[in-house]
Structures are given as structure tokens and as C-alpha cells.
Design a protein around this ligand. Structure first.
Ligand code: ATP
Ligand code: MG
Length: 420
């Protein structure tokens, strides 16, 4: 990609009503457009980051046998009446709308009912279980406060998975498999060290705890207590002596922290399957309840968390695996020799499928470098008169101060390894 053909530009101004530093930075760098409070559009660079996060999530969901599907956003009222959720006062953040003839619809905020309804004719025998399905989709919630940029959207991107099992024992195996996949995902995103599996309230249907995946950060809305040695946390909402005993944790080893919920996993028992008539027949032909779980990951919230966690005073800082381009490439002077050499390297990197954005503008070097920093591109490669004379390439990492020089072969080897 050449910067001259990119549809967005960096800018110094941000909407005055944008208070969240993740959204401010992403807007300045041209990754995000603010439509209104809690609603953002992903511009080309922003979409590239979202897609990279999704790919990591997809790979890990597929690796444990998850099958991807895509449910609809518009949902019939009747489905939610069956489980008494349509008028549930606890679900206070639902967008609802109407057809021309007055029929009421719900706008998707979670999908337990629709998923069970769609799969109940396929899951009828013990031979059909266990199964898990997931989707990556926009969700809509009429959140009261939407002041945290991508951390709390009214329209946001979620990965939600649903598991189906013959009994609690099979459910527990699936559940732990999914938890392990979640921990791998946070690791691959570069958030592993600060993400804690955290006990949280189980909700209304089971007496088990649910698990939240909490990323320790001062910008978090949640208060949790962590045991750093055991790498587990306890949400404040279930923090009491009785529960600590059940969890095998000791008050003295726990430290209070602020954290952002970047995912959660729930035991649902058979609340939704029973209500919507999903049953299976066991070996003896007996009709039995299907045990379910549901599992969310906030894809767009993760982008906000990653933005804030890694950025510095110069702008965005993407980890290699999430950057829209691994390298930024440019020349210093408007001279044929430099431009030719830069274009040649641009072609070579492109044909090797190494992500590169080529700054082909004739602006001042300081301005170009400031853009490279703001955009958060991990590796800056510069061609100048000295590098041409020495037949070398000048490299600077976004997170380091030093300049490093490579010859052509060393450069390619280095970039190929980085891009793996
Ligand atoms: P929270 O406690 O933050 O309100 P939740 O418990 O309602 O979230 P779920 O409904 O289980 O969350 O959604 C799964 C995941 O989706 C959450 O763990 C979170 O990462 C993300 N998420 C939830 N609400 C939002 C939102 N309004 N904006 C962005 N991400 C969200
Ligand atoms: Mg929550």
C-alpha cells in the first residue's frame, strides 16, 4: 500500500466530545471514525487491526472444534418471550424496533435463544453431542454510559460461542477447553501476562461461578482481587469469606486491582435448551436435557485495550501480529536514486507478502517519521544517501531509539522472521 493512495490521513484534531484516549488516538491516526457516542466506524487501517484480532480468535476457536456460523441481528419477539427475557427488567439495554405492520423485533444483543432455536432440529441424539458453535458479529446494546471509546460501545463486535453437552461432566470438559483457548488468545494478542481468569457471579441459572477474563489496567471499570502466584482473580461482586473458602484462596495473598473484562464464560445448565425444546435421546431412547454454556470475547473492546496499553506519547504502538503493516518504508530526499531504491524494495517486500506501507510523499522527513510513529507501525525502514553509499538499509523499531543497519539479505531474513 502506498500512503498516497490511502483514503485516510493523520490529523491533529479530534472530536471535542471524545474523552477516551483509545478513541482519540485511533481517530487521530485515521483508524476510526466517530459516528456518535458509543458508535464508531472502522476505516481501512482500523478494519485491518480488527481482522487480525478476529483471525487469532477464529484460529483458536476452530482448533478446539468450534464451528462458525452467523446469526441474524433482527430477532422475533416470540423467541425471547419463551424464556421470559423480552420484558425482563434486568435486560435494560435492549434496542427494539418494529416492522411496518407493528410487529415488534429485538436487535441482537446476545444469541442464546436464536442459536438454540436454529440448532434444535439438528441436535436430537447423544450421537450429535458434544458440539460448539460460534460467531463474530456486531452486537447492539443501549448502554447507559458510552464514554470509554471502544471499551463500551452501543454497537460493538463480539465473538460469542455456545456449547452443547450430554451432561455436566461433558460440559465441564468443553468449558475448560474453551477457557484454555481463551488464555491462548490473550497470550497471542500480547495481553497474556496481565489477563487473569477471575471468579464472578454465576448468574441466575446455576450455583457455579462464571469466569471473567480480566485485563489489569487503571482504565478498567471493574474491581477485582488477584492472587499473582496462582494467576487467578476474584471479582469484587463475589468477594467474601465464604466464597474465598470455596475457591481455596486466602485474603492475605490477594491484591485489589482495576481491570477491564475482555471475555467471559458462563454455565447455562439447561435453562435455554429446555425452554426452547432442544432435547436429545440417550442410548436407551430416553429423552434428556442438553447442558449448555455461553462464552464471549469483546473483539472491539480488545482493540481499545490494546491501543491504550501499548501506546505512548507519540501515538499508537501495535504488536507485530496486529499491526496493519509490519513495515513503514520511505526515502529522505526527492532524488531519483533514492526513489528507485525505495520502490525496488517496496516491490520485493510486496511480492514476499511482507506487510509494508510505502510513504511515497515528498514531505519533510520529520513529518513522515511523526506519521509513522502515530500510525504505530512496528518497523521503520529508511533509504537515504548514506544507506545507498554503504549499500545498507536503516531500520528503527517503534519501541526502540537505536538505528540498526542491515544489508539486503539480512533485512529480508529479519523481516520474514518478524512476519511469521
Ligand atoms: P460488561 O460487564 O462489560 O457490561 P457483559 O458482562 O455484559 O459486559 P457479555 O454480555 O458477556 O458481557 O459480553 C461478552 C464480552 O463482550 C464481554 O466480556 C466484553 O468483553 C464485551 N462487551 C460487552 N459489552 C460491551 C460493550 N458495550 N462494548 C464493547 N464490548 C463489550
Ligand atoms: Mg460483565
Amino acid at each position: 500500500m502506498k500512503i498516497s493512495s490511502l483514503v485516510t490521513k493523520t490529523s491533529k484534531t479530534i472530536p471535542g466530545d471524545e474523552l477516551a484516549s483509545n478513541a482519540q488516538l485511533l481517530i487521530k491516526a485515521g483508524y476510526l471514525h466517530k459516528e456518535m457516542a458509543g458508535v464508531y466506524a472502522y476505516l481501512p487501517l482500523g478494519l485491518m487491526v480488527i481482522e487480525k484480532i478476529k483471525t487469532i480468535v477464529r484460529q483458536e476457536m476452530n482448533a478446539i472444534g468450534g464451528q462458525e456460523l452467523l446469526m441474524s441481528t433482527l430477532q422475533p419477539r416470540e423467541l425471547w418471550e419463551i424464556t421470559d427475557r423480552w420484558d425482563d427488567k434486568k435486560v435494560d439495554n435492549w434496542f427494539k424496533t418494529k416492522l411496518n405492520n407493528g410487529t415488534e423485533l429485538g436487535v441482537g444483543l446476545t444469541h442464546e435463544e436464536p442459536v438454540v432455536n436454529a440448532l434444535k432440529d439438528y441436535i436430537t441424539s447423544y450421537k450429535d453431542l458434544p458440539k460448539k458453535v460460534y460467531q463474530i458479529q456486531q452486537k447492539y446494546r443501549n448502554e447507559l454510559r458510552a464514554k470509554s471509546g471502544l471499551l463500551r460501545g452501543r454497537e460493538f463486535i463480539m465473538k460469542d460461542m455456545y456449547s452443547f453437552s450430554i451432561d455436566q461432566a461433558q460440559h465441564d470438559i468443553q468449558y475448560e477447553e474453551i477457557v484454555a483457548a481463551y488464555l491462548k488468545i490473550y497470550q497471542r494478542l500480547g495481553l497474556g501476562d496481565l489477563t487473569f481468569r477471575t471468579y464472578a457471579s454465576g448468574g441466575i441459572f446455576t450455583n457455579k461461578f462464571s469466569d471473567e477474563f480480566q485485563f489489569i489496567s487503571p482504565i478498567g471499570e471493574d474491581t477485582i482481587f488477584i492472587d499473582e502466584k496462582l494467576k487467578v482473580g476474584v471479582n469484587k461482586e463475589v468477594f467474601n469469606d465464604d466464597n474465598l473458602k470455596k475457591m481455596g484462596l486466602h485474603k492475605n495473598n490477594l491484591v485489589e486491582k482495576r481491570a477491564v473484562e475482555v471475555g467471559n464464560t458462563f454455565h447455562l445448565d439447561s435453562k435455554y435448551s429446555d425452554a426452547l425444546g432442544m432435547y436429545y435421546h440417550d442410548q436407551t431412547g430416553q429423552k434428556k436435557s442438553v447442558i449448555m454454556g455461553s462464552y464471549g470475547i469483546g473483539i472491539s473492546r480488545l482493540m481499545g485495550v490494546i491501543t491504550e496499553h501499548f501506546s505512548d506519547e507519540k501515538g499508537l504502538v501495535w504488536p507485530d501480529q496486529l499491526a496493519p503493516f509490519l513495515c513503514y518504508l520511505t526515502f529522505i530526499a526527492d532524488n531519483d536514486q533514492q526513489i528507485k531504491k525505495t520502490e525496488k524494495l517496496y516491490q520485493d517486500l510486496t511480492s514476499l507478502h511482507i506487510g509494508v506501507i510505502y510513504d511515497d510523499r515528498f514531505s519533510r522527513p520529520a513529518e513522515k517519521f511523526a506519521d509513522c510513529d502515530l500510525l504505530g507501525i512496528p518497523i521503520r525502514i529508511v533509504i537515504n544517501q548514506k544507506t545507498i553509499d554503504d549499500d545498507q538499509y536503516e531500520i528503527k523499531l517503534r519501541t526502540k531509539k537505536e538505528l540498526v543497519y542491515f544489508n539486503y539479505q539480512e533485512l529480508l531474513q529479519y523481516l520474514k522472521k518478524k512476519g511469521e
